[in-house]
Design a protein around this ligand. Structure first.
Ligand SMILES: *Cc1c(COP(=O)(O)O)cnc(C)c1O
Length: 433
């Protein structure tokens, strides 16, 4: 009897440095979130069926995990994985490759492959993700689209974060070829866009100019909802495999799901004209890519539970959370404003201390290239830089916000958040009555 008691979750939390007060507060917050959690589970359930259905339809078998070397000709595992993605996202085609190095590369590829000199690109969701500034040439950069004579225009979102349809209409030119929409907020404090909102913008643009292609940056958004931007007519839906759709198992890679025409353009641009998608060895990665995609709906639900749990826990202690604890989720990112450098640092230390890997290191703020202030990052990941695993970071300037996301399991996310909360409490930054 004594033994079973010692190994109850409550006792193990105590052994892992979570005080009784913090644990109890955590349980209260969880109890109040039962309905939200159930809704996340429902979404995961629907998405799980989508993925299984797509794998069954494409008759996935053990041979698909074998992989290829060299040129990678006739790699059925690679080719059928692309069909599984296309069927899950309800698109004509998809390109899913480990040769796509990250999300930025996937987005850069989608743009460069489908724009030609003289074309104009328009972002209708305001400033794009930081790394795209150099891709587009907003910040002068070697190899940018601007160097190839592709011009750029940007339409800001309205004050409330919704699309400015009037401004979109007046931004469209005869040479506008592609409209880009970013679902997640990235490192901004605007709200993330819902799939329905994105769908409305796609319809608006297509009604005005049916020939304009629409690309959606879907990073951190996959499987958060039962529908994806591709269900609403996006020509290309783009993301990273070390975020949601890789399920934590994909060792690298990116995907683009979309129309046959757009995907063919991407394939010849990724490898070479004439070779296209026929080449690109998968080495040993196929199994992880399939298995990760299979797990991705559940992993995403776990990350969502962690995000909502943190928002509610920290909001109760007076910190501003974006999105707020009861707001609808459109991605897995949670921002928490600490208002002081100490709060942000303490939070990141707690996340690090809860990691399965590198838990003994202390994250330190440092002058990261490309940022105008020091940045602190916490990550103890199995896959380098993987942000579907529990990770947090934030720039050391007002409002001292931590952006955090992920957690391969809800229990790890919960432990990390409690550890961060405890660390702030131990520093006197949170008081619990
Ligand atoms: C992460 C992210 C990217 C870029 O992905 P990397 O894999 O870091 O290159 C692009 N857009 C958004 C919204 C993201 O969250």
């Amino acid at each position: 009897m004594e033994n079973t008691r010692n190994y109850s979750a409550e006792n193990l939390y105590a052994q892992m440095g979570i005080s009784e007060k913090v644990w109890k507060r955590g349980e209260e917050v969880c109890d109040a979130l039962k309905d939200r959690f159930e809704a996340f589970d429902r979404t995961a359930e629907a998405n799980q069926l989508k993925v299984i259905g797509a794998m069954q339809k494409n008759r996935i078998s053990a041979e698909h995990f074998i992989g290829s070397t060299g040129y990678g000709y006739n790699d059925a595992g690679r080719d059928d994985l692309e069909k599984v993605y296309a069927d899950t996202f309800h698109t004509e085609d998809a390109l899913v490759r480990t040769q796509i190095t990250c999300g930025t590369h996937a987005l850069s590829l989608a743009l460069a492959a489908n724009l030609r000199p003289g074309d104009e690109l328009v972002s209708v969701s305001g400033k794009p993700y930081d790394t795209l500034e150099e891709v587009i040439g907003i910040r002068e950069s070697r190899g940018s689209l601007a160097e190839y004579g592709i011009t750029y225009r940007q339409v800001e979102l309205k004050e409330d974060g919704s699309f400015d349809f009037e401004a979109i209409e007046s931004a469209l030119r005869p040479n506008t070829r592609l409209a880009a929409i970013q679902r997640s907020k990235g490192y901004l404090t605007r709200p993330s866009l819902s799939v329905e909102q994105i769908g409305e913008a796609i319809r608006f643009i297509k009604d005005l100019c049916p020939d304009i292609l629409v690309m959606v940056d879907n990073c951190y958004g996959e499987f958060v909802d039962c529908v994806e931007p591709s269900d609403f007519g996006a020509d290309m839906t783009v993301g990273s495999l070390i975020k949601n759709p890789g399920g934590g198992l994909a060792p690298m890679g990116g995907y683009i799901a979309g129309t046959k025409e757009c995907i063919e353009n991407c394939a010849v641009r990724l490898t070479s004209p004439g070779l296209g998608r026929e080449v690109g060895a998968s080495l040993e990665a196929n199994r992880s890519l399939y298995q990760g995609f299979f797990l991705a709906p559940t992993v995403t639900a776990g990350a969502l539970k962690g995000a909502v749990f943190a928002a509610n826990l920290f909001e109760q202690s007076g910190f501003r959370c974006i999105p707020g604890g009861s707001e609808r989720r459109n991605d897995i990112i949670q921002a928490i404003e600490f208002g002081t450098p100490d709060g942000l640092i303490r939070f990141c230390e707690g996340i690090q201390a809860a990691a399965p890997v590198d838990s003994y290191v202390m994250p330190q703020p440092w002058a990261m290239p490309g940022y105008d202030s020091d940045v602190i990052m916490a990550a103890g990941a199995f896959i380098q830089g993987s942000s579907i695993e529990l990770s947090a970071d934030g720039p050391l300037h007002e409002p001292y916000a931590a952006y955090f996301q992920g957690g391969l399991t809800w229990y790890h996310a919960k432990f990390g958040i409690l550890k961060a909360y405890q660390n702030l409490m131990d520093a006197g930054l949170i008081r619990l009555s």
